[in-house]
Design a protein around this ligand. Sequence first.
Ligand SMILES: C[S@@+](CC[C@H](N)C(=O)[O-])C[C@H]1O[C@@H](n2cnc3c(N)ncnc32)[C@H](O)[C@@H]1O
Length: 311
Amino acid sequence: MPEWGHQGPVALPSFDGASASSDSRLNGCSYLNEQILLVAPETGWQAQVDQRFSEDQVAPKWTAMYAEQTNAPDEHFFRLRRDHALEFVLKHTVEGDLVLDLGCGAAPVVAGLLARGRWCIGVDHSLAMLRNGSRRLRAQGIIEDHLVRGDSVALPFRDQTFTSVLCLGVISYLKDYTRLIEEVARVLKPGGTLMLTFRNMHRPVLSDPWEILARFVRGQPLRDGRENGNWPGRFLDPGRVDRDVLEAGLVPLGFKGIGYGPLTVRGKEVLSGPVSIRLSDGLSSLFGRLGLGWPEHWMTDVSIWMYRKPS
Ligand SMILES: C[S@@+](CC[C@H](N)C(=O)[O-])C[C@H]1O[C@@H](n2cnc3c(N)ncnc32)[C@H](O)[C@@H]1O
């Protein structure tokens, strides 16, 4: 068991002196103390992202979707992504290993890992998401705080702290995600693992037969027209993200794609949520049984890359 054990209020000794925890008692909501925060400057970009993940906008949705079986296909895909992340960490760590969930949101993964004996810290920049995460942990009976407000591009941790890092659906919200990747490479222990997920920019086109036809007729590539944009929440090119991570010195462990569809025509969903979900799950298991990798790589909504830091 790590020295910052599970009982009572504790400070996390693995943080830097300048970090969030140097003088904090990480119980309750003490991480919300403004004096201990290490946060990004409120630039236009980050302010926009924080606004999006506020209580007025999507924080309630990102909290509720993990507590109930909603019918929206993307929410179903995000629950599968969470399950895959839990499986990944359990496979690559042992009890007592330290895990970081970077951009943890409302802490569904932190909660799941703590329940399974892994020691996990969640970092997020949105106070609303952290508050929801804190409530989730407390509901699970976890009294000391495993959540810290911070900026994913300047992490308040020492080099080589974590055995595994998860970063689910965060890099699309950064102006320059390569800085996040460098930070992850820094805080990972040699031999440690990373799971990085984002939404695949090819999926919106490849799940719309009308769009495929229109592009074919116009002689346009089968790509999401938004690939050149740089806006918070953009979909990304899996090939390009992979190249950026490899450049940071991590080595590949594998790829997984989650979620076919939903089927659209001219951008409008044509099937009900439950039917789309059943269809997606059916296609996943069919392609899996046939051993077909390319549909998963190109067509699924959520791209998951897995890496290891060389020992
Ligand atoms: C799409 S949500 C995903 C949340 C969580 N990983 C999950 O799978 O439920 C993206 C999260 O990234 C966080 N985020 C955005 N920019 C960030 C930054 N610069 N540093 C840390 N977290 C950030 C947001 O606040 C939000 O909680």
